[in-house]
Design a protein around this ligand. Structure first.
Ligand SMILES: N[C@@H](CCC(=O)N[C@@H](CS)C(=O)NCC(=O)O)C(=O)O
Length: 242
């Protein structure tokens, strides 16, 4: 296969931003850690690469992508690499920098989403940091979601956007990533997201248009799309969605 994606096999997590791009493009790829060890897959195969001291561009963490002789990590960096190759990025340098800038902003948001359930330490159980998680989530929902989503909403609402895509004039991987953000926030915080009503209506419409893209619709209905769960980035804990 042309692209080998390595990511945790049982969660959407940060790998999902890459999976969505590969799926939308109909790319020739393998989700290696989800393959059986007998086929060279499994978490073991991923750990072997993360521990390969002789690998010149050895990643710090998954997701990472092998493409020919290249090994590329960091979700936003992988998308920057794949964008032009999968026709999911603007042609100009300025346009590519713009979608990368937006993807890095999503990466920042993803850290904050993660910190709602792990505000004290990633190595501690959620159950051991519940009061802090409640406090963190309150401020995340009250201040940070409106700031992040308000920003993306205003980009979509401003100016002529043929097709309704984020970057004027064309579909790009940022539209797929915004779909994932909306789907994830709705899963994690259904009440809070419902309460926001029509405040993010352009984002809601973008979410639906992405979900309707034939390859994405096929992917979402397939077993390749791992269901949201409480091991991923977007987790639903009723007590946090107050
Ligand atoms: N900024 C990186 C973060 C990578 C990352 O945190 N990966 C997680 C899984 S979602 C991981 O395996 N982390 C291991 C660690 O931080 O020790 C990205 O966007 O790809």
């Amino acid at each position: 296969v042309r692209y080998q994606l390595y990511y945790w096999p049982t969660i959407q997590g940060r790998g999902e931003f890459v999976r969505l791009a590969l799926e939308d493009a109909g790319a020739d790829y393998a989700d290696v850690a989800r393959l059986p060890a007998s086929a060279g897959g499994g978490v073991g195969a991923m750990m072997k690469i993360l521990a390969a001291k002789d690998l010149r561009t050895r990643p710090f963490a998954c997701p990472f992508l092998l493409a020919g002789r290249q090994c590329i990590a960091q979700a936003a960096n992988i998308l920057q690499f794949l964008g032009p190759r999968l026709a999911l990025a603007p042609a100009s340098e300025a346009g590519r920098l713009w979608v990368h800038q937006l993807q890095l902003t999503i990466a920042d948001l993803v850290v904050e989403v993660h910190d709602t359930h792990h505000p004290v330490g990633s190595g501690l159980y959620f159950e051991d940091q519940k009061p802090e998680a409640r406090r963190r989530t309150r401020s995340f929902l009250a201040e940070r979601v409106p700031k992040f989503l308000g920003y993306f909403e205003s980009l979509l609402a401003t100016g002529a956007k043929p097709g309704g895509w984020t970057v004027a004039g064309r579909f790009s991987y940022i539209d797929l990533s915004l779909f994932q953000v909306i789907a994830g926030l709705r899963y994690a915080f259904p009440q809070a997201m419902r309460r926001s009503g029509r405040r993010y209506r352009h984002l809601a419409a973008l979410h639906d248009r992405v979900a309707d893209r034939p390859r994405i619709a096929g992917y979402l209905a397939s077993p390749r799309r791992i269901a949201f769960n409480e091991d991923g980035i977007f987790r639903h804990y009723a007590e946090l969605d107050a």
